[in-house]
Design a binder for this molecule. Sequence first.
Ligand code: GLU
Ligand code: ZN
Length: 299
Amino acid sequence: MGSEPASGHYVGRFAPSPTGPLHQGSLLTALASWLDARCTSGQWLVRMEDLDRPREMPGARGLILKALERHGLNWDGDVLYQTDRLAAYTRAVSLLKDEGWLYPCTCSRRQLLGLSVYPGWCRAAPCAPGAPQALRFRVSDQHYCLNDRIQGLERFHLEDSGDFVVVRRDGVFAYQLAVVVDDQDQGVTHVVRGIDLMTSTPRQKALQSALGYRTLSYAHLPVVVNRQGEKLSKQNRAQPLSLTEPRPAVVQALKALGLPVDDHVSASSLPEILDWARQNWNPLTLCGTKSIPETTATC
Ligand code: GLU
Ligand code: ZN
């Protein structure tokens, strides 16, 4: 069983996938996680979640790091690239295998089309020999309580979302596994990220517990949505941030995060604005908020 993070010790992280440059929505996440770490003199790490090569946009890694720098979001230590971490993921998978948590699954995407929950076909039945196999984590009939710092107390029943993939059929380590292994190895204590990832949290807690890792503190932020209610993303053509004029985007993001930014603050220099924000950061003002309209969050 994991233990609670030691009080007074804070290691946060921002973990972008290099599928495109930073936009106002991802800046809001980065800024909130940076403020949460820096308001207590905590550490803040950056991890590039670059395992899904086909979804990667060439040049995005560099653009993301440059945008963080330009917006004053300095990080500690070296950026961690998940593609350099395959040995650690392999070790975690063999541990899970040895403990009986995993089973091979040969179901194809076509077979599973239209099913939101994996029906467990390969759990009991032996797989067809020679077919490409994914590895799935066997969830138990367990309830997970998440005491989210922003969203409050949530109860999840993992069986409702089904056995999930930790290694894909193409051999790529799945997001759930990589995140859990990295958060543990990087000593992360606090996760601040978008609410769209909240349904992943119980799976990550199940993996942490199966691997004997520490438990983490979670805060799931509202996401910025467009007029159609969709999360801002590269897919719906969210505009990349300006690298020459970072202040308006930071000011907008702070307002969207509920900080009482006035004209005096907006007219200050970027380091002054960020300093002020560190002193005034209070995630409780976001309590229970699930989305922020793009019109409030963009300039
Ligand atoms: N790489 C994920 C994303 O960009 C975030 C992972 C996380 O914060 O746990 O959506
Ligand atoms: Zn299957």
